[in-house]
Design a protein around this ligand. Structure first.
Ligand code: PHE
Length: 450
């Protein structure tokens, strides 16, 4: 076994929480959660999501962090730690590959955010609020591609310079501002005439709106938003010192991440009712929802330009801390498993990001005639990672624990620093519920597209 004494580590609990929260809070909360909640049933989606986070999400987030701390390895190494079998190698690699597939399309959305930030800085607050602004922008291949490349450049520059510490410091200042701003915008949004119907739609579960896809989508969103089932937390856990309370720190990340998602829902969904009628068509707008409804809110408020700039700047920073975590995990996999140096590994990641991301970025313009399983490229990569690969990765982690690590060892790892208040739920979910539940979700999401 290699010597791990040089492995870098977070200085304390706050270090872990900040890094994990920085990776968790991102476009998933502000852009993805509201449009999925709007599309898949509003209050009932929120309810299912919260139940999943408190049970299954909790189990996964604890498991991954503890596995990382126990083995002091990133995903491929953590699986291999328990033996050299094909199944273990597969489990490690599927966890490691997911971030490599997410970060390219994540950067496309990051590019859209950059574009909006620039447009607000130019004072285009009125134009941005028109119904056609977004669509004509994403159809313009060159412009989308340029902003996408800008976002990749920012991500890789930070990774290459290795200034995550700087990023952690920035997050500490930025996250609180993001929360305050989110409260202000949400407060403004819910008090618009007609917005109350949206608040009700988002917060009050209505079983009429329930469908099996609500559960499938909520599960995928939970993986995505908490950054679980993709090896990230194994890596972060491996940087966690042996005296940090795992239960407390993961709970904080969970609560913070969920709070931001709910606030984003309150910023966006009531605005859909106030400004676009809140019918099925406007709620089902999908990936474009944030870019279409929020500008209407900004245009209608005083200091809209200022609010737009501040909002998109914060979203950009939140997106960057996430894309850095995603790309960083890929780069470190290349370093560890291929034995490449940082520069070569970063270049390989850049190539992957540019090639795969370009497909997604041009998928609404020049490549819009190409569809995979009825989806454009961006939706396809989103579906492949969230609805297919992450369930497989989650099953792999559960199997690893049940078959190789043993639940007792996991409990011992957590208990060495935490009270482990929710131990019973943890063991029950891991032993009986997780694998069958995720397997059913996986099968139904695959069946859904065929
Ligand atoms: N959780 C991030 C978000 O909500 C996305 C992400 C996934 C970041 C995986 C890092 C790792 O935007």
């Amino acid at each position: 076994m290699e010597d791990n004494s040089n492995r870098s580590s977070f200085s304390n609990r706050l270090g872990f929480v900040m890094a994990a929260a920085g990776s968790a809070v991102g476009l998933g909360n502000i852009w993805r959660f509201p449009y999925l909640a709007a599309k898949y049933g509003g209050g009932i989606f929120l309810l299912v999501y919260l139940v999943l986070v408190a049970t299954f999400g909790y189990t996964m987030i604890m498991s991954e962090t503890a596995l990382g701390r126990m083995t002091k390895k990133s995903p491929v190494g953590a699986f291999a730690y328990f033996g050299d079998r094909f199944s273990l190698r597969f489990g490690g690699w599927i966890n490691a590959i997911i971030p490599m597939l997410i970060v390219p399309y994540y950067s496309v959305i990051g590019g859209w955010v950059c574009k909006y930030l620039f447009a607000y800085m130019q004072g285009h607050v009125k134009q941005l609020a028109s119904d056609t602004y977004f669509t004509s922008f994403i159809q313009n291949g060159i412009s989308v591609e340029l902003f996408f490349l800008l976002f990749i450049f920012l991500t890789l520059l930070i990774i290459y310079m290795g200034v995550q510490n700087g990023i952690e410091k920035v997050s500490k200042i930025m996250m609180p501002i993001l929360v305050v701003l989110a409260f202000i915008i949400a407060g403004y949004s819910v008090t618009r005439p007609g917005a109350m119907a949206g608040v009700k739609y988002f917060l009050i579960p209505n079983f009429k709106d329930f469908s099996w896809m609500t559960v499938v989508t909520a599960l995928g969103q939970m993986f995505y938003s908490l950054s679980i089932a993709m090896g990230i937390l194994i890596t972060f856990g491996s940087y966690m010192k042996k005296d940090v309370d795992i239960e407390k720190s993961t709970s904080q990340v969970e609560i913070f991440d969920t709070l931001i998602a709910i606030l984003a829902g309150l910023m966006i969904i009531p605005a859909v009712f106030a400004f676009s009628g809140g019918d099925a068509a406007s709620l089902g707008k999908g990936p474009s929802l944030m870019f279409i409804t929020l500008p209407k809110v900004f245009a209608s408020m005083g200091m809209g330009t200022f609010a737009g700039i501040l909002f998109f700047l914060l979203v950009l920073l939140a997106a960057l801390t996430s894309s850095i975590a995603l790309a960083e995990s890929a780069v470190s996999t290349f370093e560890d498993e291929l034995g490449w140096n940082r520069k070569k590994s970063t270049l390989l990641m850049a190539a992957i990001m540019i090639v795969l991301g370009t497909l997604s970025s041009l998928g609404f313009g020049p490549l819009s005639s190409i569809h995979i399983l009825g989806m454009d490229f961006l939706d396809f990569f989103d579906f492949l990672t969230n609805s297919v690969m992450m369930p497989v990765a989650a099953i792999a982690i559960c199997l690893l624990i049940l078959k190789n690590v043993t639940i007792e060892k996991m409990i011992a790892e957590v208990k060495s620093t935490s009270k482990f208040k929710r131990k019973k739920i943890y063991v029950f979910i891991l032993k009986y519920l997780a694998i069958p539940f995720v397997a059913i979700i996986l099968i139904s999401s695959v069946l859904d597209v065929f």
